[in-house]
Design a protein around this ligand. Structure first.
Ligand code: HEM
Length: 483
């Protein structure tokens, strides 16, 4: 802001910002006190709806550098040349808590990454976990209702959480992950990020590949135990947000090594797992991760509301050379985010400085609506036109996917080794004895709060199916706590 007198929103100088105007000394306040009315009215409108999930978060700008030639798999311009750099914006978040909730809680962390590319913004909206709780978007609102506040008590309820998870065996893998050591990262810097879904890459020759993204923290994985997290949450609810900002302020820029797993499209139909099932990983022995780049965060936002609260990310924002897969969760998300943004930030949300393309220009015929800034001036707002307006390219961003069969409420196709427990069991068996103990304790502490035996028993049953020892230990631990 420049120097000069305090003004009203219309720019008129303010004479007194301490005393509102009254009819005489001690008399009632006058409506002609424009400054008072303006201040109170603006204050009343300072909040916009918080995100329905991932409300609590922090973000920073950064740079993505490509370190490997990936042109045989994708024609994405920002991935075209080794050494090429692209500006990014990364928002981290927790999922279930409200805007003012504590950072150090057991919850997945959001990993919403915007690449400002020369072909427009590419958003990769993932988590710090490679898998998710459910595999069809139609289940997402029900799932989130069980994580959020109960309509009667106004609090998160163990009954709701475990009722849903127990009745949704596909959640067993992600729940095992969440209650393990990585369920409470020590900071946003000390955790990995994942694209989670399978996406499509396609090259200049028109060949398509299925791809999964991994961002491996160069700071090393660091976590909090449940006891440590309780303390940190109480002492410093903003712990992760503060850690991120301060590390960037002191020039200690956090970095991640970027890897991809690539599956030729011809492998997908016969792969041992459904490669589009978000509750499963692709084991590294099947598709080894390939290092392709480095992500560094190096600039804090100047204004949290403008750049973090109003930032928007959509899994539907692709660029040429990258596209969706048939993952039923991803397909639902292609709708959900744009819709959320129009409600939460408004129809011109994509024009805000943090959201608009930085290395390209948005040339659309969409106009007007609340807070339209008139950037198109007098340009024609229809297409085709004879006035040199923007024209279509005739080249889709991604390759088409063959489909067969009749419409219907189908489950995704089943593959030879698909079941809801195999990867959860593998994860458990990979853990050290200490990790297993903490996992069982964390789960038991929460399941013990469930009020109904049948709900608790069904939830335990899923872990028993993942691994007999896991189930046995969990059952004993819950029994001990319930007395
Ligand atoms: C079909 C399932 C899902 C639906 C319908 C859904 C919907 C939403 C909505 C409505 C928001 C708030 C957006 C906003 O107001 O700006 C959101 C935020 C978010 N979701 Fe999802 N979500 C789903 C699954 C997932 C999955 C599987 C992941 C990760 C793998 C994920 C990661 C995120 C992240 C990181 C954010 C925060 C974005 C930000 O920082 O602004 N979501 N989701």
């Amino acid at each position: 802001m420049t120097q000069g007198p305090l003004t009203t929103e219309a720019g008129a100088p303010v004479a007194d910002n301490q005393n509102s105007e009254t009819a005489g000394v001690g008399g009632p306040v006058l409506v002609q006190d424009q400054l008072l009315l303006e201040k109170l009215a603006h204050f009343n409108r300072e909040r916009i709806p918080e995100r329905v999930v991932h409300a609590r978060g922090a973000a920073a700008y950064g740079t993505f550098t490509l370190t490997r030639d990936v042109s045989r798999w994708t024609r994405a311009a920002f991935l075209s040349e080794v050494g090429k750099q692209t500006e990014t914006f990364l928002r981290f978040s927790t999922v279930a808590g409200n805007l003012g909730s504590a950072d150090a809680v057991r919850d997945p962390r959001g990993w919403a990454l915007k690449f400002y590319t020369e072909d427009g913004n590419y958003d990769l909206v993932g988590n710090n976990t490679p898998v998710f709780f459910v595999k069809d978007a139609i289940k997402f609102p029900d799932f989130i209702h069980t994580q959020k506040r109960d309509p009667y008590t106004g609090s998160q309820e163990a009954d709701n959480v475990w009722d849903f998870w127990g009745l949704s065996p596909e959640s067993t893998h992600q729940v095992t992950w969440l209650f393990g050591d990585r369920g409470i990262p020590a900071s946003y810097r000390h955790m990995n990020g994942y694209g989670s879904h399978t996406y499509q890459w396609n090259n200049e020759a028109g060949e398509a590949f299925w791809v999964k993204y991994h961002f491996k923290t160069d700071q090393g994985i660091r976590n909090l135990t449940t006891e440590e997290a309780v303390k940190v949450s109480g002492l410093d609810p903003d712990s992760h947000q503060r850690d991120l900002r301060e590390s960037i302020e002191r020039g200690d820029f956090p970095c991640w090594t970027v890897q991809v797993q690539i599956m030729p499209v011809a492998d997908a139909a016969g792969y041992r797992f459904n490669p589009f099932d978000l509750t499963k990983v692709w084991p590294h022995e099947d598709y080894p991760p390939i290092e392709i780049g480095r992500l560094e965060l190096n600039r804090n936002p100047d204004n949290v509301f403008a750049e973090v609260e109003q930032s928007i990310f959509s899994p539907a924002n692709f660029v040429p050379g990258i596209g969706p897969s048939p993952d039923k969760m991803l397909q639902g998300r292609l709708f959900a985010y744009g819709d959320a943004h129009r409600y939460r930030v408004g129809i011109n949300a994509a024009d805000l400085p943090v959201n608009r393309p930085h290395a390209a220009e948005a040339r659309t015929n969409s106009r007007d609506g609340f807070l339209y800034d008139g950037r198109h001036k007098g340009a024609k707002n229809y297409e085709p036109n004879s006035f040199g307006g923007p024209v279509q390219t005739d080249r889709p961003l991604w390759q088409s996917t063959p489909v067969t069969g009749a419409t219907g409420n189908h489950e995704a196709p089943s593959h030879a080794e698909d079941n809801d427990f195999v990867q959860a069991g593998n994860l458990y068996r990979l853990m050290s004895e200490g990790e297993k103990e903490r996992l069982v304790d964390n789960l038991a502490g929460f399941i013990a709060k469930v009020s109904r035996d049948d709900i608790a028993e069904r939830a335990i049953g899923n872990f028993r199916q993942a691994d007999g020892d896991f189930g046995k230990r969990l059952e004993a631990a819950v029994q001990e706590l319930r007395g």
